[in-house]
Design a protein around this ligand. Structure first.
Ligand SMILES: *Cc1c(COP(=O)(O)O)cnc(C)c1O
Length: 413
């Protein structure tokens, strides 16, 4: 996206605003599709990375399916026009109501993450008289070198059914009249940049597929290898889709199953920019600060994961000199952990300057909150030479719409 369009959007919509580039999403989708071309595969975009309806629309037009982890994401996907057959439903803590909703909708696949959930799903399917296609999300127990909060494929984490416990779950449910075990799957973590993790985990899945078949399971159709492909936020290499493909395609070929992949970040991270304006400059204790109008409530990744995003000055401030300064870009939230970037050499940062925080398309807006009673940012989609508002900025009234004052409260016993 050119700086011209970013300036025009900031002037028209105000800041903070998330801006997404449809062309980048298409480019990422195309490179992953190309890399996986040796295997029959379907890409189910992980909605939790960025669930904006228009972003979902771009992916749907490309032929993607989706991976959802809540009834809210399921509703969102349907609203964006995905058919039930394009939806995979996963997640570690689905409520009975969410499972029932997924069964009623008739999604392609429900990935189960605990033995108890499998039992519950069998009951629901029985009660509704519906045949349900299920997958088991296996915890393959492979160590992943990523942030501790985004590791999911090791024992001692809350995700999936432990590798060794899977055969027992299969044995218990292989006779269930309404459940059809169609998939074995995994998701080893997020922002994973080493392909060998996928190779080792996929090999373990292949062994489980063989074991399931020995137990008499003849219904397997999919090998779901999850998402997690890492991207380079500051020019460093991410996981090349070719390396990812080389790690997982052999497993699909060995088993003869259709490969399902669930990338989120890889498809949208680099497509997004958070635009923010500088309010103030200050010096304190030998440090330089730029206080901007976006904070940790808008983009929590730096505070939560220590993530580093590239920051650039799109419009310099008339009040700032030419000299390059090492600056902390911080938000207005009353927390010391409220920063977007630290110790960055930047030029032209002063009141009124427009800054772009790059790589903000995944786990940006979706993780934003109203902390400090700050309305959530607007979202804009750029496509070719045009741009459109795809989510209005929240209003101050929106913030209190569901609340009651003490006087309005309806007291009960
Ligand atoms: C979060 C998640 C993904 C997507 O992860 P990314 O790192 O965004 O690719 C895929 N599958 C499951 C089950 C997830 O929970």
């Amino acid at each position: 996206m050119g700086e011209g369009v970013l300036s025009r959007i900031a002037a028209s919509v105000g800041t903070p605003v998330y801006v997404y580039d449809a062309a980048t999403i298409r480019r990422q989708y195309a490179s992953l599709t190309r890399a996986l071309s040796a295997a029959k595969h379907d890409i189910h975009y992980s909605v939790k990375a960025n669930g904006n309806l228009a972003v979902l629309g771009v992916l749907r037009a490309l032929g993607a399916g989706v991976d959802v982890v809540s009834a809210g994401e399921l509703r969102r996907a349907l609203r964006a026009g995905f058919t039930p057959a394009q939806i995979v439903f996963g997640g570690v803590g689905k409520t009975p109501a969410e499972l029932e909703e997924a069964v009623r909708v008739g999604v392609r696949l429900i990935n189960v993450e605990s033995p108890r959930e499998m039992g519950l799903l069998a009951e629901i399917a029985e009660r509704l008289g519906r045949r349900v296609d299920v997958g088991i999300r296996v915890n393959p127990d492979v160590a992943v070198d990523t942030h501790p909060y985004t590791r999911t494929g090791e024992l001692g984490m809350k995700f999936g059914i432990a590798y060794d416990a899977v055969p027992a779950v299969i044995r218990e449910h292989r006779q269930a009249a309404q459940l059809r075990l169609v998939a074995l799957g995994m998701h080893v973590g997020s922002q994973v940049r080493a392909a060998d993790v996928y190779r080792r985990a996929a090999e373990r899945l292949v062994q489980l597929v063989a074991q399931a078949r020995r137990l008499g399971v003849e219904t397997l159709q999919y090998l779901d290898v999850g998402g997690g492909l890492g991207v380079g936020y500051r020019g460093e290499p991410g996981l090349a889709p070719e390396a990812f493909a080389a790690a997982v395609v052999p497993a699909a070929c060995d088993t003869g199953l259709l490969l399902l992949v669930e990338p989120g970040r890889y498809l949208v991270a680099q497509a997004g920019v958070l635009l923010t304006r500088c309010l103030y400059r200050k010096h304190s204790g030998g440090k330089e600060f730029a206080v901007v109008d976006a904070g940790m409530n808008d983009l929590i990744r730096p505070s939560l994961y220590g993530a580093e995003h590239d920051v650039a000055v799109i419009e310099p401030s008339s009040e700032a000199g030419d000299a390059e300064r090492c600056i902390d870009v911080v938000g207005p939230v009353c927390e010391t952990g409220d920063f977007l970037a630290r110790d960055r050499p930047l030029r032209g940062v002063g009141p009124g300057a427009l800054l772009a925080v790059y790589g903000a398309g995944a786990y940006g807006f979706v993780m934003s909150s109203n902390y400090n009673s700050r309305p959530r940012a607007a979202e804009v989609l750029v496509d070719g030479g045009c741009w459109g508002l795809v989510r209005e900025r929240e209003s101050l009234e929106d913030l209190m719409a569901a609340e009651r004052t003490l006087e309005e409260t309806d007291w009960r016993e």
